[in-house]
Design a protein around this ligand. Structure first.
Ligand code: SF4
Ligand code: SF4
Length: 480
């Protein structure tokens, strides 16, 4: 009998109680300090329990706080990651309809800067038909319960014909197979209209994620049009037109300079008539490349490609996913240029968001992201396949192609991503089930390897403390 390595605890203020959580089973309990101390006594090898203690130990064991041995914990973890990777319940594809963008974001040198858009790839209807065919074959092979189609870019709304074509064709394919289909869009929101939402609602539109980078002035400075014109008012007006038709999530990218403007953005959003329609509000640090490129550990050729995924880079990349919105999971805490300070900022903004009553991420329940799932694919405009949106466009990281071509570089990349397990370097960290070693894209960019953890434990710990306090407050409210 041993205390699980996935136990975490937060002493509750002004009470002789402790919030206990097991990150593997997700069990959460508020117990007296005496009960929490039982776990320490087990670790110390104590034997001989009284009846009351035995009852408490049984409850702790039922909830996974006590396990047979450390090896049992490790076996469970390995099995968990295996099941996540092999899961056939859901097929997910993120389709980059184009790498062109109509913004000239301060932190991104893609988009409408110079002649970038002239050279950036855009999916043709012919390729879209092949993407649909490939996806139908995956549906037939997997027979999943649901299919999630996410449109991303570049700016996905710059290629509406491909969006409409894929949504309609895949809707019919799913209907014919009895598969539930959900469509998501990650967009800058400038071209969003009620007509687009109406049209996609007929094909299972689930929600739209839009980026606002701070309050009006900050956003206009960070995300202008090429001529410097602001985009905030038009985006907010577009949200106003569609918020009653679909779920809108607001994202945002902050750095040390802009984080302070987010409370004003939250206040502004709270005043809007669509405030209660927002399905999620969550912000993450801007992902920036280290000035000094790290020594290449994986795919050295990538460093010569002048492309580094999801980063603002010194040399112009001609292909790559938009860096503003990818990484809904762990990458929300990744890639920062002064990570501990930004961890603090992120925890602060999460609390500010909660304070205003918006649904947001709790900073704990992130789970292994889609790079850990074999049945989640990112498809670039030319039909190349990637393990996650953060690597899209970097051909050295492509894991295949929808036409099934066999190329050794892609086969090697596929094996590399299939074997991803940076979390094994995290040893006995209690957060492995909910963190999985952090964002692989950030690890690649910051540390030069997909096999090393990208650790933001401080941010996760802050999320845990916040969850503990919220759970205690809710319990108190329920009692009174
Ligand atoms: S590796 Fe990072 S960017 Fe890729 S899916 Fe995971 S969290 Fe997102
Ligand atoms: S990256 Fe850090 S917080 Fe995440 S599992 Fe590894 S050691 Fe823990």
């Amino acid at each position: 009998m041993q205390s699980s390595m996935f136990n975490v605890r937060v002493p509750l203020e002004d009470q002789n109680e402790v919030f206990l959580m097991n990150t593997f089973t997700d069990a959460q309990l508020i117990v007296s300090s005496d009960v929490a101390e039982l776990l320490d006594r087990i670790e110390a090898g104590t034997n001989g329990w009284n009846a009351e203690e035995r009852e408490a130990l049984a409850t702790l064991a039922e909830n996974g706080f006590i396990v047979e041995s450390r090896d049992a914990d490790r076996d469970n973890l390995r099995q968990y990651f295996h099941e996540v990777r092999q899961s056939r319940e859901q097929l997910r594809t993120t389709v980059l309809t184009t790498l062109q963008c109509n913004f000239a974001c301060d932190y991104c040198i893609q988009g409408d800067h110079g002649d970038y858009n002239k050279n950036a790839a855009k999916m043709s209807l012919e390729t879209a038909a092949r993407v649909a065919e490939w996806t139908e074959q995956r549906l037939d092979a997997l027979r999943p319960e649901s299919y999630v189609l996410t449109f991303f870019g570049g700016e996905p709304l710059l290629n509406l014909p491909v969006m409409y074509y894929l949504a309609e064709r895949m809707w019919q394919a799913c209907q014919a197979r009895g598969v539930r289909m959900l469509v998501n869009i990650i967009t800058n929101g400038l071209l969003l209209t009620p007509e687009i939402v109406d049209r996609l609602n007929a094909y299972g539109l689930n929600g739209i994620k839009i980026t606002l980078d701070g309050d009006r002035d900050t956003h206009n400075r960070m995300r202008p049009l090429r001529g410097g014109q602001g985009t905030f008012d038009r985006i907010v007006n577009n949200i106003r037109q569609v918020a009653h038709k679909t779920r809108i999530a607001i994202g945002g990218n902050f750095d040390m300079e802009t984080a302070g403007s987010y409370p004003a953005l939250l206040d502004f959003l709270k005043e809007q008539e669509f405030a209660d329609k927002l399905s999620k509000v969550a912000f993450k640090p801007v992902i920036r490349e280290r000035k000094e490129a790290p020594a290449p550990v994986v795919a050295p050729a990538a460093r010569g490609s002048k492309f580094i995924a999801l980063t603002a880079v010194a040399d112009k990349p001609l292909n790559g996913a938009c860096m503003t919105s990818a990484g809904a999971a762990v990458s929300a805490s990744s890639g920062c240029d002064s990570c501990h300070m930004l961890d603090d900022e992120m925890a602060f903004l999460r609390e500010e968001t909660k304070k205003r009553g918006f649904p947001t991420i709790d900073g704990i329940h992130m789970g292994p992201c889609e790079i850990h799932r074999s049945n989640a694919h990112t498809i670039s405009p030319d039909g190349s396949l990637y393990a996650c949106p953060g690597f899209a466009g970097d051909t050295t990281q492509s894991v295949g192609h929808i036409d099934g071509r066999r190329e050794s570089a892609r086969t090697q990349a596929a094996s590399r991503f299939e074997a991803l397990s940076a979390w094994k370097e995290c040893r006995d960290c209690a957060f492995i089930p909910v963190c999985a070693g952090g964002c692989t894209v950030a690890a690649y960019n910051e540390l030069g390897s997909v096999d090393r953890p990208n650790c933001h434990k401080t941010a996760i710990q802050a999320g845990l403390v916040s969850l503990a306090r919220q759970t205690a407050a809710e319990r108190l409210a329920a009692v009174n």
